[in-house]
Every structure is written in structure tokens, then in C-alpha cells.
Write a protein that binds this ligand. Sequence first.
Ligand code: GUN
Length: 284
Amino acid sequence: MSARIIDGVGHARRLRADLSTDIAEFLARTGVQPKLTVILVGTDAASRLYVANKARACRDVGMQSVTIELPASCTLPELLSVIDAANEDTTVHGILVQLPLPAHLPVRAVLERISVAKDVDGFHMYNVGGLVVGSTVFSPCTPFGVQKLLEAEQIPIAGQNVVVVGASNIVGKPTALMLMQKDATVCICHAKTRDLAQFTIAADILVVAAGRPNLILAPMVKTGAVVIDVGINRLPDGRIVGDVDFESVRLKASHITPVPGGVGPMTITMLLHNTLVAARASVD
Ligand code: GUN
């Protein structure tokens, strides 16, 4: 078997074209242009690149975006006052604080300061709680992108055995909750899981978000499984790879996402989607 390679770039392009149309219509109808404020603390190179990509994606679909850069030495009160100003600014519909933050800043206190109605990352505890009870306003962008890819590929979710490798707040836990909400039977594995292969081999849909290159090898994958690789790892030779050994696993899976070009483009697309949802809610 050779897997169908899921074209995240193509799916993202189609969704962004639809978003551009929806944003133009919304602007014409209401006079409001959706606006995202991104707050970047410090000089982490990867974070800078992600933030620049988010700003460009906003412009490409006709949204406004503002990036506020703060020094790594920024104090908690300084950061909270920047968030407060964006919360109060009625022209801002979405607020995103790029993670990771410098170690001296308490992540939860920062995320909880963002207005629930502008929390387009879906990281505020209220929105996380919404995922748990199945009443979501903003779904976290990467898990939402995974779900959209599965839907776009017409891969059934209900009743399937889903194994999520990685239990982070950003990807693993919300992905598990969202797919459980779609009636999958979900298992979460993490760094302390004993005999990972025993779990992964049972997966009809395997979602891997562990941040470890080559964690998933072909013998760990069921024949015909759908493999979604959320990992983004830079190797010493500069290559970007996921967490899955793509070349061997593609011979066993029915579908597989490449890295780059799989889940990555969907994450920003869902951020744009959430920002439009926030802008619509602000005028209704
Ligand atoms: N860092 C890595 N992924 C994300 C994300 O989805 N949102 C934010 N705010 N920071 C991140």
C-alpha cells in the first residue's frame, strides 16, 4: 500500500479563498474589518517566524493585523497592561500571545487575562472548558486544523480508534477532546507511556504531536491507518521533519500528512477563521 498524501497546502488554500470572500462580504455589510493583535515577547527565532507568517496570512485574506513586540525582560504587569489595552480596543477582534513565553512569565496568568471573546487561540480556561463540555466558541487552531483535514479528506471519525501521541495543552489534549466530541474512541499517550507501540498499533487514526523526529516507525502503525503528523523538528542538517518516519510509514498507512505541508498550513488558516468568528460576534 502507498498512502494518499494529504495536501495541507491545497486544503488551506481553498479554505483561505473562502475566508477572503467571507471577510470581503462582512466588511461590505458592516464596515468592520476583522483585526488580530499578536503579542510577541522576546526574540525566539522560531516564534518570530510564526508571528510574521500569521501577519502575512491576515493581510492575504483581507484582515488587519498588528504585532506588538515586547522585550524578553518585560514584566508581568507590563504584559498584562498590553493585553488589557487590546481587550478594551473595540477595533481588535482577536488577541494572541505567542508561546512559549520567557520563563519568568506565568503562562496561565497571561492567557487568562485575554478576553474570552477575543481568545482566538482557544487557550483561555473558559474556552478549554467549552471543549470539555462540547460547547466551543474558539477551538485551538492546530487541533481544529487536524479535524478540518480529516473532514476535507472525508475520513470518518465516529467510532474510530484514535490514538493521540503527546498530551500538551496546545495540541494533544484539545485534539483528543475534539475527536472524542466527534464520537471517536480516544487514547492519549505521552512521554511516560510504557510500550508506546502497543497503543499506536491499535489506531485507525494516529495523531502524533510529541516533538521527536522518527518517534513513529512503520511497525508501530496498523496497515491502512490514517497518520496525522503534527511534529515540526529541525534536524542538525537543517531539514524540517515531523515525528513520523514518513518514508516507511507511507507504505503502510492509507493517508499521511507530510511535514512540511500537512497540518502546518491549516493552523494559521483556523486562526483566521476564529478571528472572523470573533469579528462577527462583535457586531451581532
Ligand atoms: N506556539 C506554538 N503554537 C502556538 C499557537 O498555536 N498559538 C500560540 N499563541 N503560540 C504557539
